[in-house]
Design a protein around this ligand. Structure first.
Ligand SMILES: O=C(O)CCC(=O)C(=O)O
Ligand SMILES: [Fe+2]
Length: 305
């Protein structure tokens, strides 16, 4: 897909009705999240589910040429824990095609108030219906924490469940307005993935940050009807609880970058350099840095340039 192919970036009359209104864009700017209208048909969502089952059973349309060091990649021998599979848009064409529906990118572009949206990452997620399973719990974090090598402050995430998703299933939970919080003078928070951090440490950090900002923590578990998508800003704190239902919670976390986003060097306070998985995969720019617009891995989803 190239930016020149303008026909890819058009919406039908009905699709335009599904874009966020001006009020919705204001809501996102104020609250740091937005629950969309029904962007995907039941057929599209059902196809995501059947393609994911085929993927779990071993089907691949292609595989990554190298396995980056921090790749999340569930395999059957890992058992009945929470499953995460990165780069699903790359490894599975059926899923990749549905995720590249122009409407999704157009909604993201409206929210981020930008002209172009590219893929940043996509993770296929499965929470088994095991109430006590600790790995199902996603501790509080914001996504920019692990995108320190990105320049943009407008990146955002589309959370796409494959079914109605409510509290019982451990739906994604927003800390309302937290994208506007000032960060406490913490350091290496900007580089470690939440899986590498202690959970109570993260809970404490959330409370401390709220206190520092003079606000109360307001947690909103978002009930997402099938076909709808929850978007959150890259600085909005979020997490999710256990799946106490009798069905798996299936979803894709689709991380998006605006057209302006670029790689930057970033070092922790101890001097070690931060790397993102892309840095081992994508082509180089003329300056020799990782190219976060490599169309092979990070295709354009929407452009109104
Ligand atoms: O799976 C979840 O509930 C949270 C996913 C997440 O952290 C995200 O979409 O950024
Ligand atoms: Fe997240």
């Amino acid at each position: 897909m190239t930016v020149q192919d303008a026909s890819l970036f058009t919406l039908t009359e009905e699709e335009r009705e599904l874009l966020p209104s001006d009020e919705d864009v204001d809501f996102y700017a104020e609250h740091g999240w937005y629950l969309s209208k029904k962007l995907f048909t039941d057929e599209e969502v059902d196809l995501l589910e059947s393609a994911s089952e085929r993927f779990y059973a071993g089907h691949r349309d292609r595989t990554l040429p190298v396995r980056p060091s921090k790749l999340a990649y569930w395999e059957p021998e890992h058992g009945d824990v929470q499953r995460h599979n990165d780069y699903i848009h790359y490894e599975d064409d059926t899923i990749g095609r549905i995720l590249r529906k122009p409407l999704l990118g157009a909604v993201a572009a409206r929210l981020a108030e930008t002209k172009e949206i590219r893929v940043f990452q996509s993770t296929l997620i499965f929470k088994p219906p095991v109430a006590q399973e600790q790995s199902n719990i996603v501790p509080w974090h914001f996504d920019r924490h692990y995108w320190a090598t990105s320049t943009s402050e407008r990146m955002l995430t589309a959370f796409i469940p494959f079914h109605d998703c409510g509290e019982e299933m451990g739906t994604i939970t927003m800390v309302d307005g937290s994208h506007r919080w000032k960060e406490t003078a913490d350091n290496d928070a900007t580089s470690l993935h939440f899986a590498e951090r202690d959970r109570s440490e993260l809970d404490l950090m959330l409370e401390e940050n709220a206190h520092y900002n003079g606000v109360e923590v307001e947690k909103i578990p978002v009930h997402i009807p099938k076909g709808h998508v929850n978007f959150h800003h890259c600085r909005t704190y979020h997490g999710s609880g256990p799946n106490v239902s009798d069905r798996p919670r299936r979803a894709i976390s689709f991380h998006l970058q605006d057209g302006e986003n670029r790689y930057r060097e970033f070092s922790r306070s101890d001097g070690t350099q931060v790397a993102y998985n892309h840095d081992e995969l994508v082509r180089r720019t003329a300056a020799g840095t990782p190219d976060y617009s490599d169309p092979e891995y990070l295709p354009v989803l929407w452009s109104s340039r």
